[in-house]
Design a protein around this ligand. Sequence first.
Ligand code: URA
Length: 430
Amino acid sequence: MRMIDLIHKKKHNQELSEAEIKFFVENYTSGNIPDYQVSAFAMAIYFQGMSDQETTTLTQSMVDSGDTIDLSDIEGIVVDKHSTGGVGDKVSLIITPLIASLGIPVAKMSGRGLGHTGGTIDKLEAIDGFKIELTREEFTNNANEYKVALAGQSGNLVPADKKLYALRDVTDTVDSLPLIASSIMSKKIASGSDAIVLDVKVGSGAFMKTVEEATALAEIMTSIGNNLGRKTVAVLTNMNQPLGREIGNANEVREAVEVLSGKGEQDITEVSMVIASHMAVLGGAYSNEEEARKALDAKIASGEALEKFKQFVEIQGGNFDSIYEKQASHVVEVKAKEDGALVSVDSEQIGLAAMKLGAGRSTKEDEIDYSVGISMHHKIGARVTKNDTLFTLYMNDSSLQADVEETLHNSYRISETYEGEYEYVYKIIK
Ligand code: URA
């Protein structure tokens, strides 16, 4: 078999066989196929797309390129959740203890943030002592005994994706739906859960800017998951403004605690509860989402969800109270320049502003400052008066103030009226 023949076939929109896709993944991972041929191949896929069968085979071959995690020694149906990345997205911090409080095991691998979106591991590391590296034994024991274990990605999971993603990044082929879908799903499948809920973000802070694009991606991902024996549901959620009020690491953990105490903002609460309801159904504990929702609401009202979060932090070595000690040295208010209704915000710009303050990384080597961040006081549709505080900045380097303030002022639009209706969840795809 020769790579040039595969490129030729894809260029002419012919379907690749299972053997051809496996040949490509195995030989690219082992270094037998050069980047220049794979660049051409990725571009051919970008223009011609892939069939359902091809995408599923590509995903399975990528899973087979490295280690896989065997969670079979965890009792019960293990349900995982993945977000395509958002701003202020602390849903994993909320649903992890929430699902565990129902007795459904959550054994989850999470990642770090890069660019304008945050990562669950960085947020948890805002808690002093929190250990994200667990031995295999600790991971299994915690999942069995406490129903909760969360660790950073370790081992050699999906090396084909690491190589291919880096190449896509420099050849402008990231935004190919079959390549995104197989990249995300291969990592989820290799992580070993039985069922997966995908939070596909849509809007100004997301990869997918429209519901149509997000629907197409969600359909491919759910199809891959279900074809490969993992029950998969996608929830399309609105990322046209940051989720909740807080952006930054320690302040997002504090906000997650508020949601688990029943005092969260409506948007982050609703999105978390919808995702958790689907996870609870996939976990086999409830026959429908309404029943699951009632049980989840009860866990919040009784305080058990919050207790589970505290237990989760403690068993992974963290000091819960330390999140209230992480405070930045400078607090600055950014005020509205005019009266009117807040009609739009650019989540990506707000995420970038938080990154500039040190809450995120622009390169993998950057160090995070856990205490910095942004609070957003008004959401789309709110009426504001000139000099109302729109944002509070928490910073440790006051020289950043002017630049960050300017970014934030450019991130929103105030107009006379707002007539839209801001939906939190657009649709569910199974
Ligand atoms: N996230 C991934 O993991 N892969 C992609 O291709 C895009 C987003």
